[in-house]
Design a protein around this ligand. Structure first.
Ligand code: FMN
Length: 295
């Protein structure tokens, strides 16, 4: 394993390692205005939500690694404490990238990148009409993380109004994760798109107290067939099955087939039972899978 001490790394190297590993990052497409009312629009992937109530997002216009200068967005929110955070979908990604060009102060990136300005209701900076979600925010605080090249500036933005394009809503007026078509930033020039193919669900363990992987027998925990994801699912069940329940599973047709085919061959039996359990895990039948591996 390569181990790096951050104090030995240049800002360029740090930026590289951190941005490739801390990814994908959502993109805040922030519109702001300066004291003269000039409009600015720039993307920031050092961005996330940090509080639900109050609803607070944070993004970070950093000092440039190259020459330690500050960004117009930072200068603007220090003067006019408002912004609109626009969410970027796949259809916007090339124009969004164009808007990150370092145009001179006062240049309106809505115009340069070809986006449509939509008047906001509570704040002065306009919204990006093309964005599927637009958050009108007031800036509560800006926290400087230093004066070095690459130092961040945390902009704490409190969301006051949420505008959502109806095309991405489901019948309950909730955002449909399939329809929003989000993109995110990774390292260097890499981006990713959230598509039907790469969306998946993981059942939350919050409602119940899973038994934990440590309660599974050694042969299961160190199985050559079961992966960490398989063990995570098995450890998420609430109770170990009783001995009677485990015995009963030997009547299941698929289990019986394995048992009959591996009489006197304990190594293959364990492997084949684990493979069968894996199949049921992939179908979502965790209870049955657990009984099989406990046989
Ligand atoms: C997808 C994307 C994400 C970016 N994220 C950040 C970021 O989190 N922080 C930052 O300082 N610059 C980031 N940048 C670069 C800024 O957008 C760029 O420096 C821009 O010119 C700043 O504009 P401004 O000076 O008008 O504020 C990002 C660029 C892109 C394309």
């Amino acid at each position: 394993m390569l181990t790096l001490n951050t104090s030995d790394l240049s800002a360029v190297d740090l930026q590289n390692y951190l941005q490739y590993a801390i990814a994908p990052r959502p993109i805040c497409f922030a519109s702001t205005i300066d004291a003269d009312g000039n409009i600015n629009l720039s993307p920031f992937s050092f961005f996330n939500m940090f509080s639900t109530k109050p609803p607070i997002c944070v993004f970070s216009p950093s000092r440039r690694v190259r020459d330690n200068t500050t960004k117009h967005t930072l200068e603007n929110v220090l003067r006019v404490k408002e912004c609109v955070i626009n969410i970027v979908n796949y259809d916007m990604v090339q124009q969004m990238s164009l808007a990150s060009t370092e145009y001179a102060k006062g240049v309106n990136e809505f115009e340069k990148a070809g986006f449509t300005m939509l008047k906001s209701e509570m704040v002065q900076p306009p919204r990006v009409a093309e964005a599927p979600v637009q958050f009108e925010c007031v800036v509560n605080e800006v926290i400087s993380l230093g004066n070095n090249h690459g130092a961040g500036n945390l902009v704490l933005a409190e969301i006051k109004l949420i505008h959502i394009n109806e095309d991405i809503l489901d019948k309950n007026n909730r955002i449909d994760q399939h329809k929003i078509d989000l993109v995110a930033r990774l390292g260097g020039d890499w981006y990713c798109r959230v598509t039907d193919n790469n969306l998946f669900k993981v059942a939350k363990p919050l409602a119940k107290l899973g038994i934990g992987v440590d309660r599974l027998p050694h042969s299961v925990r160190f199985s050559k067939v079961l992966t960490g994801n398989d063990l995570g699912r098995l450890g998420n069940v609430e109770h170990l099955p009783s001995d009677e329940e485990i015995d009963l599973v030997s009547n299941h047709a698929d289990v019986k087939e394995v048992l009959d085919a591996t009489i006197g061959d304990s190594t293959n039996r364990e492997r084949e039972l684990h493979e069968l359990a894996k199949k049921f895990l992939n179908f979502g039948d965790v209870e049955l899978a657990l009984k099989i591996v406990l046989l």
